[in-house]
Design a protein around this ligand. Sequence first.
Ligand code: DC
Length: 238
Amino acid sequence: MTKETMNAIPDIIIAIDGYSATGKSTLAKLIASDFGFTYLDSGAMYRAVTLFAMESGYVKGGEIDAQALRKALETDGLDIRFGAENHTFIGERCIEKEIRSMEVSSYVSPVAALAFVRAFVDEKLHAWGRQGRVVMDGRDIGTAVFPDAQLKLFVTASDQVRAQRRYDELVSKGQPSPMEEVMKNLKERDYIDSHRETNPLRQAKDAFVLDNSDMNLHEELVWVKGLVMGRFQIFESI
Ligand code: DC
């Protein structure tokens, strides 16, 4: 995208929601770099809180000690930030690898279902997203975090495609897991994420649906650019 086209895009928020492993974050990062926007990965925030809970001993034998976690977040907070290459940090410590592990994936949905965890994360997302020129991906961005976002996407893909993508991602990171386990984890997270009480995963009424099962990233980006150009009447070749 040329500098002029980038500058013609208003200071909007692009909200990208959808089920696990639909490639939301890959698409969001690409849009951000193409549009000159900031990318914010809300899932990484929930993963960081989950890692913190696990390392602090608040997750034992599959049970989450919600009271202890709440007290820790309320008294000391948690200094989650994003650094170079969108890597996630707690303070100065890069936790990017740890938060993508299967272990964190297996606890993140129940942790993210806790209302006080959502309030804690939402406050940070609001502060960072407020000024616009942001692409944020997650489960409730277009419905709860930024219901007034100017462009909302809801991304879907078939179960098979999603499981294969997550499997390949884990292999490429040197953390392989059996395919059955990957599929099971995706289905469990989908269920918990869309059935929890506080801000469950839902398609916003005004979201555009993107099924990317048979699309490559370039096709996805062109599709999104078309939407943005059309909406803001930016007439230039894409
Ligand atoms: O996008 P992800 O797979 O990294 O997200 C990890 C988990 O975090 C997901 O299973 C549910 C939770 N999450 C959420 O509840 N709300 C969001 N906006 C983003 C993620």
